[in-house]
Design a protein around this ligand. Structure first.
Ligand code: MN3
Length: 241
């Protein structure tokens, strides 16, 4: 790439990153308000980060964001496309011998793509608290925000191995639930729509927090975007009523 082109591209990228988190989140939604994770051809796509890589400093360092977004989330997105292609190839050639393997892989990689896409929009560079209908629902289902916070933090800190702490809306019971997800796809409840997700894979914190996962989870509460979670809650309720 010519230096001039590079500078121009870099400038445009900088401009894009200056958008507010809320704007970028809105632009990544389709008309029915579900995060847009595929292109017009049905291929999984990595949406741009809604901010600069250093936006979450000092709680989440720029290098971690760069590696996490580019190689872990980006890698899962590419792999999910490959898994789907392998499934279609197996069906086209009428050879279903290993189709279960690719189906399992797709569950893992697509779940990673979904959770990471939500994760980036769940973060911001200032302290926020739950508000509106989400706050009312937290108080109804968990007693108070402090109680939920303790529950979500403890659940996230204690995931066995790599995984996620998840606050989600369960439309079958019309309640919000906390899940302790292993890898990206295990220990779910069918139907739960994630509202706020805490990535406790080692790649999420090891550069800055080393082995102190609990410190990372506590720090993350300083940059959780509860406005985004509240917006997701409203949409989840609206879509499933
Ligand atoms: Mn991750």
């Amino acid at each position: 790439m010519h230096r001039k082109t590079f500078l121009k591209t870099g400038g445009l990228a900088g401009l894009g990153a200056a958008m507010s988190n809320q704007q970028a989140f809105g632009e990544n939604l389709t008309s029915n308000s579900i995060d847009k994770l595929v292109d017009a051809n049905g291929n999984f796509v990595l949406q741009p980060l809604p901010y600069n890589e250093n936006f979450l400093e000092p709680y989440m360092d720029a290098e971690t964001v760069h590696l996490h977004y580019t190689f872990h989330h980006g890698g899962a997105t590419k792999a999910a496309n490959n898994d789907l292609r392998k499934i279609h190839e197996a069906m086209d050639s009428n050879n279903l011998e290993v189709v279960d393997f690719w189906t399992k892989k797709l569950s893992y990689h697509l779940s990673s793509h979904i959770l990471h896409s939500i994760f980036w929009t769940n973060l911001t560079n200032k302290k926020t608290d739950p508000s509106g209908d989400l706050l009312k629902r937290i108080e109804k289902d968990f007693g108070s925000y402090d109680k939920l916070k303790g529950y979500l933090a403890e659940t996230s800190k204690n995931v066995d191995g790599n995984g996620w702490g998840i606050l989600g809306y369960q439309p079958y019971t019309d309640k919000i639930s906390v899940l302790q997800c292993e890898n990206h796809e295990k220990l779910t409840q069918w139907g739960v729509i994630p509202l706020l997700v805490v990535d406790v894979w080692e790649h999420s914190y090891y550069l800055k927090y080393k082995n102190k996962r609990a410190d990372f989870v506590d720090a993350l509460f300083n940059i959780l975007n509860w406005d985004n979670a509240a917006q997701r809650f409203n949409e989840a309720v609206r879509l499933t009523k």
